[in-house]
Design a protein around this ligand. Sequence first.
Ligand SMILES: O=C(O)CCC(=O)C(=O)O
Ligand SMILES: [Fe+2]
Length: 137
Amino acid sequence: MRLNVYDLKEETIGLPAMCLHSDSSFLTVLLEGEVNGLEVVDQTRKLVAVHSQPSTFVAFIGDVGKHRVICTQAAPRISISFSVVSPRDGVVVSPAPLVDEEHPRIYRSVPYNDYREFRRTPSSLDGNFLSLYQAEE
Ligand SMILES: O=C(O)CCC(=O)C(=O)O
Ligand SMILES: [Fe+2]
């Protein structure tokens, strides 16, 4: 869990307060404060503003959903993010009891660190990571 605190000033309006990224978690659940500024990349690769409603959460799944925070007003801004991550040396694999002839593995096992590195590759495409780990037929 992380508390993000942004000290937004008049002279930073229109500028990024958190640069464009995707999270290194499998799942991020975000609780936004009252000051807007979150923007996400949509299917047409345009940045769109997220106007979160009170008592609602924003969720990002895996490497889908690049986002950033832009300064929209001179006011303190806070958000709380809860992230589901793995230990650095963790390996993600379908549990054996869930795999049989009728339910074969769709993906090979995935070292979590490969996922972290992939996100840092400038040429990596949003939502593309798992396709690199498809199981052999
Ligand atoms: O403050 C926000 O709205 C976004 C925070 C965020 O992207 C993050 O914690 O990874
Ligand atoms: Fe994020």
